[in-house]
Design a protein around this ligand. Structure first.
Ligand SMILES: Cc1cc2nc3c(=O)[nH]c(=O)nc-3n(C[C@H](O)[C@H](O)[C@H](O)COP(=O)(O)OP(=O)(O)OC[C@H]3O[C@@H](n4cnc5c(N)ncnc54)[C@H](O)[C@@H]3O)c2cc1C
Length: 276
C-alpha cells in the first residue's frame, strides 16, 4: 500500500506485553507492504490524558465561564490548542488508517487512551453538529480497535457473564469512531491472551500480520448514514420512511438503532461481507 499512512495509538506500559507484540507486528506488517507507520506510544510519551484549561494557549474567550468545548473549538480554529494536542492532530490528519492497540480495561479503553481521544478528537477537528457520523471530518479514513482481554470469548457471548461483546463495542466503535466519520473495520479481538498456550499466541500474531497485508481492501462495519436521520429540529431520530422500510425486518438497522427488535448478531464484530 505504497503512499498510505497508518497511525497506531498504543496503550500498554510494558514492552514484554502481548499488546506490545501486537503493536510491533502491525508496524512490521504494514511497513513491509509499503505503509508509512506513525506510532503514539501513550505511556512512553507520558501522554497527558486530563482535560484542562491548559489545553488552549492564549487567553480564554470567557475566563469566568470557561466551557471546554467552545474554548477548544475557537482555539483549534485559531491554531491555539496545546502543542501536544496539535502534534497528535497532525498525525491523525496524515493517517489513512488509525489502529488503537490496547488491553481491555473495565470494558473499555485504558484511561490514558480515552484521554487521548477526549483531548485530540476536539470539537471542530473531529466533529461538529454540521459534520458528524457519516459526514464526519474523518470520512475518508478507516479505523479499527485491536485489543486483548483477560477473559475467554465465551464470557463475552450473548449468554456470557460479561454480556455480548457487540454491546461492549458499540460505545467505542459508534460513539467515537463512527461519530467522527471513520469507516470502522472489524475489531481485532485477542481473547484471554495470558491464559492460552504459547502456540496460540504466536498464531494470533501471525494472523494479525496476515490480515494487515490487505487491511485497506476490507469492507467496513455498516452504520446508518446521517441522511437517514431527521436534523436537529427533528431530534436526530430515524426518518419515518426509513423505519417503515424496515418494518418487516427481523432486526433494526444497527445494534443501537434496534427499533426495539432483537439485537442484530455480530453486527459490531463483523462487516456485512463477513457475516453469515
Ligand atoms: C485495570 C484493569 C481492568 C481490566 N478490565 C478488564 C475487562 O473489563 N475485561 C477483560 O476481559 N479483562 C480486563 N482486564 C484484563 C486485561 O484486559 C488483560 O490483562 C490484558 O488484556 C492482557 O494483555 P497484556 O498485553 O497485558 O498481556 P500480557 O500478560 O502482557 O501477555 C500475555 C502473555 O503473552 C506473552 N507474550 C508477550 N509477548 C509475546 C510474543 N511476542 N509472542 C507470544 N507471547 C507473548 C506474555 O509473556 C504473557 O505470557 C483488566 C485489567 C486491568 C489491569
Amino acid at each position: 500500500m505504497a503512499g498510505k499512512t497508518a497511525l497506531i495509538v498504543f496503550a500498554h506500559q510494558e514492552q514484554k506485553s502481548f499488546n506490545y507484540a501486537m503493536k510491533e507486528a502491525a508496524q512490521a506488517a504494514l511497513r513491509r507492504k509499503g505503509w508509512k507507520v506513525l506510532v503514539s506510544d501513550l505511556y512512553m510519551m507520558k501522554f497527558n490524558s486530563v482535560l484542562s484549561r491548559d489545553d488552549i494557549t492564549g487567553s480564554p474567550k470567557e475566563p469566568n465561564k470557561f466551557k471546554y468545548g467552545a474554548e477548544t473549538l475557537i482555539a483549534w480554529k485559531e491554531g491555539r490548542l496545546a502543542k501536544d494536542i496539535m502534534e497528535e492532530q497532525k498525525k491523525v490528519e496524515m493517517a489513512d488508517l488509525v489502529i488503537f492497540q490496547f488491553p481491555l480495561y473495565w470494558f473499555g479503553m485504558p484511561a490514558i487512551m480515552k484521554g487521548w481521544v477526549e483531548r485530540v478528537f476536539s470539537m471542530g477537528f473531529a466533529y461538529s453538529f454540521e459534520a458528524m457520523y457519516s459526514e464526519g471530518p474523518f470520512k475518508n479514513k478507516k479505523a479499527l480497535l485491536s485489543f486483548t482481554t483477560g477473559g475467554p470469548e465465551s464470557m463475552s457471548s450473548p449468554k456470557g457473564i460479561n454480556g455480548d461483546i457487540n454491546v461492549n463495542l458499540w460505545p467505542m466503535q459508534n460513539g467515537i469512531l463512527n461519530f467522527c466519520g471513520f469507516k470502522v473495520l472489524e475489531p481485532q479481538i485477542s481473547y484471554a491472551v495470558a491464559h492460552i498456550p504459547q502456540e496460540a499466541r504466536v498464531g494470533i500474531l501471525n494472523n494479525w500480520e496476515k490480515r494487515l497485508e490487505t487491511i485497506w481492501e476490507e469492507k467496513p462495519i455498516k452504520y446508518v448514514p446521517i441522511q437517514d436521520f431527521e436534523g436537529l429540529s427533528g431530534g436526530f431520530v430515524l426518518k419515518k420512511e426509513v423505519v417503515e422500510a424496515r418494518s418487516d425486518d427481523k432486526y433494526g438497522p444497527t445494534l443501537g438503532q434496534n427499533l426495539g427488535k432483537p439485537l442484530p448478531p455480530d453486527s459490531q464484530v463483523k462487516s456485512e461481507s463477513t457475516r453469515l
